[in-house]
Ligand binder design. Structure first.
Ligand SMILES: C[S@@+](CC[C@H](N)C(=O)[O-])C[C@H]1O[C@@H](n2cnc3c(N)ncnc32)[C@H](O)[C@@H]1O
Length: 391
């Protein structure tokens, strides 16, 4: 059974964050794993720490056989998804695993949950899935707050003039020229307008989309949330190949398309995942306090998603201190931001080597359409406690 560590729950979380980010929010990890793979170039000597979200990207990393994978999330419901996936990898066939987590035949979960999966879950995740198994049975991508937001999008598309058939045709297009023609014909004329502006400017719809209140303030305050969403969606629909864009396919059509799925769902990776399960540790807790429990200089790769957008200045500085303390010499860290620019604080940048060219190259083909910027840094040398104490 994969070990699960429960960290003390911090008391200083805002009520809105506690309300919005309770239960499953992210039914899929919205970070493009191809960007992470090329940014990290993982080896089997690496210790990787990743924010869990829906567990997709931690498992994509495991496909690359790191020495150890630590997957951490402050929301235990997110780790409950990962634990269910790990239990399925350990006990089911790839066909059954794909049926459930690619939502091809999700009702398979009823036959295997009690007999094969439940016994491999932590007590907390057993309690979660005993109450919420219908989410897996009816297809995970329809559930969680983002699942609900995606259903609203699928309800609105035909009412904004984009028929289901036109949407299905779009995901089979093979060239950017064809995508631009389709966009100019079906999206540009009708999609953007008072309805989409109302939706984008609705705080609650943005919370449903997994946008943290502090992140919304950051993006809307700097860029105007409607203009930001419009620019990001227009970019990904016309400038990034759509054929293998499973993020948008699941959102706009509710399903993956044949084998156009995240790497961890592919048959060719199943045996790799099964034989490396013993390298995984799942942590229910917040990144900073957890890193402070580790020996200094013990992590090679940090996958931070957009957690920096969620933090106030004190939490940001404290988390950066913990990251720099836990970073091995030569460690690599990657993060995203909703804002078009969200550099680390100056005192942190002194200890970092940016890889801006590679970050820009990878961001240009980001299939998720979620973020305004992407960062890759390495930590050339150990940052001593003495230095960090001075901050
Ligand atoms: C940052 S969020 C956003 C994910 C991304 N926007 C998406 O759409 O998939 C991803 C996860 O990070 C977790 N999280 C946020 N800040 C964290 C922290 N400091 N430590 C651990 N988990 C954190 C949240 O609970 C959430 O499940």
């Amino acid at each position: 059974m994969v070990p699960v560590l429960d960290m003390p729950v911090p008391k200083n979380r805002g009520w809105l964050e506690r309300v919005v980010f309770r239960g499953i929010v992210f039914n899929m990890s919205w970070e493009d794993p191809e960007m992470d793979r090329r940014a990290f170039n993982l080896t089997d000597r690496d210790t990787v720490i990743s924010i869990t979200s829906a567990g997709c990207n931690p498992l994509n990393f495991l496909c690359q056989t790191p020495r150890q994978l630590i997957s951490i999330d402050g929301n235990p419901a997110q780790n409950a998804i990962l634990e269910l996936k790990l239990a399925a990898i350990a006990t089911l066939s790839h066909e059954e695993f794909f049926d459930i987590f690619a939502a091809r035949r999700p009702t398979v979960i009823d036959r295997v949950y009690r007999s094969q999966l439940r016994g491999r879950l932590s007590r907390r995740s057993q309690e979660f899935w005993d109450k919420n198994l219908k989410m897996a049975r009816r297809g995970l991508y329809n559930y969680g707050k983002m699942g609900f937001a995606a259903r609203i999008v699928r309800f609105l598309l035909p009412r904004l003039g984009i028929s289901r058939q036109q949407t299905e045709e779009f995901f089979e297009l093979r060239t950017l020229e064809e995508q631009k023609i389709w966009y100019d014909q079906y999206v540009a004329p009708r999609f953007w307008g008072p309805w989409t502006r109302w939706l984008c400017e609705s705080r609650w719809f943005m919370f449903l989309c997994g946008v943290h209140p502090r992140q919304l303030k950051l993006v809307d305050g700097r860029h105007g949330i409607y203009d930001f969403v419009r620019e990001r969606i227009e970019y990904v629909l016309t400038k990034v190949p759509i054929y293998d864009n499973y993020f948008l396919s699941v959102t706009a059509t509710g399903k993956f398309r044949d084998n156009r799925v995240p790497p961890y769902l592919l048959d060719e990776n199943f045996e790799i995942l099964r034989r490396t399960l013993n390298r995984v540790l799942v942590v229910n807790g917040w990144l900073g306090p957890y890193l402070d429990t580790l020996p200094p200089a013990s992590i090679d790769k940090f996958n931070l998603l957009d957690i920096m957008d969620w933090m106030n200045t004190d939490a940001l500085n404290a988390t950066w201190k913990s990251i720099l303390r836990a970073a091995k010499p030569g460690a690599t860290l990657i993060y995203r931001s909703g804002s078009y620019q969200f550099e680390p604080p100056e005192w942190v940048r002194e200890h970092l080597q940016p890889h801006s060219e590679l970050a820009a190259e990878l961001f240009a083909v980001d299939r998720s359409a979620t973020y305004g910027s992407f960062y890759i840094f390495s930590v050339p040398a150990v940052v001593s406690d003495r230095l960090l104490a001075a901050v």
